[in-house]
Write a protein that binds this ligand. Sequence first.
Ligand code: DGJ
Length: 404
Amino acid sequence: MKAVAVSVFHNLGRAVRAALLLLPLILAVLWCGRLTAGDIVRPGELWPDESGRHINAHGGGILAYGGRYYWYGEDKDARTNAALVGVSCYSSRNLKKWRRLSVALSVDTTDAASPIARGCIIERPKVIYCAGTGKFVMWFHLELRDKGYRAAMAGVAVADRPEGPFRFLRASRVNAGRLPSGYTEEDVQMLDSLRYTMKLKWWTPEWRRGVEAGVYMRRDMDGGQMARDMQLFVDSDGKAYHIYASEENLTIQIAELTDDYTAHTGRYVRVAPGGQNEATVLFRHGGYYWMITSGCTGWAPNAARLYRARSIMGPWEGNLYNPCCEGNDRRPVEKTFLGQGTYALPYGKGIIFMADEWRPNHPSDGRYLWLPISFDRDGGPQIKWRDSWSLKKLKAGKYNDYPE
Ligand code: DGJ
């Protein structure tokens, strides 16, 4: 009898010991379940993919194609912002559960002289589908290996399938030899006479006059315009545009793409000259093109700005106001809730503002801040912080008090 009792106790002890050992695993599984279940988005929390790993698609954008969503982004390393892998691609049917499909664009591990050699910087990749050619076209901001942020180039790659593999076509500055729309040869002479302003102290009124007139654009005319933080936008007529921080990050430029989306037509405009904007996010609503941007403070967050236009090629009005209108101490509006915009995704009757919360000391741990965009009674966009929100409600237009 005593022996049976000892054996039961012993076995019980083993079961308890095993349960204790497994507890962290059980808790992790439950935690993952909480983060991936249902239609609830929790901005700033870990976002595991179907395999349980935090999604690694930073500075990303989303393509809706064939009843699925494809999320492309920077596949970041734990220690460096340099591209060691390339551009990742995840797919989802509901925007909540994501499966990692592939490395859509791989860095070149064999040729150290390649513009996309392992160790280069690839940022803010975006993919659009070209109905005319049936190809998927990716553009990204490229910086050459070991050259810091000096190259300021745009890279382009194409694929036959949304998940890739994307074939790298080329990287270059933008629209070499071209003047922005509306500029004349007389303007070029005027800019040449203002060349000296580039040597002045930044932010002095005279320096600013030169910047606004376009002295940096003129400086880069031969070699092409600088192109850093970038966005793509396909308009309702099928025309596509490349939007990028140019002219030493002082001025946004919007450049029209060719019909196959793989090159620039030469037509471009300057937006908010001297406004020092980056991280552009574009969407249409209420007869306007809206552009949310950030200031330029590296990886540190700052206040978002808002611009609008009746035509994508301008004229653009703004800075109008900070569209982030309700936050809290942990998620302040004057710091874009600690994020920086990367994309706007129309979803049913709603639009999602996608932003990155960068973690420069642990880049792959960067978080995703997805939030509903609502509109005020005058049709102006507003973004409120929410610890959690429902994709279903957003789709049904529930986060927008003043629908179109
Ligand atoms: C802010 C940009 O938005 C990012 O994409 C990245 O280029 C960092 N600056 C680098 O400091």
